[in-house]
Design a protein around this ligand. Structure first.
Ligand code: FES
Length: 91
């Protein structure tokens, strides 16, 4: 993997489409689809710990997936674990 800020890759975890994303030096793994109305999040904005959906601009914490200032469901977020040069999912 050639990781850099702006890196995004579609991956499958347990049959679900997820996005592996690096911004500001932090690698994150979260659901490809917004829990609000299913918008694909490939072009979502990620600043610090907050993802903003491009459709209705609801923001989600990437620590726990919870929406900020909204009552919609949480974004599925996975914890990443590192072993040598490998990255895996902590279930
Ligand atoms: S579909 Fe993402 S905020 Fe509405």
């Amino acid at each position: 993997m050639n990781l850099h800020d702006g890196y995004r890759k579609l991956v499958s975890v347990q049959g679900q489409q997820m996005l592996l994303c690096q911004e500001e030096g932090s690698l994150r793994l979260f659901s490809r689809h917004c829990p609000h109305e299913g918008q694909v999040l490939d072009k979502a904005t990620v600043v610090q710990d907050v993802l903003t959906c491009p459709r209705h601009h609801i923001q989600f914490s990437l620590s726990d997936g919870k929406p900020l200032r909204s009552l919609c469901g949480s974004l599925r977020v996975y914890n990443l674990v590192y072993e040598g040069n490998s990255v895996g999912v902590d279930e």
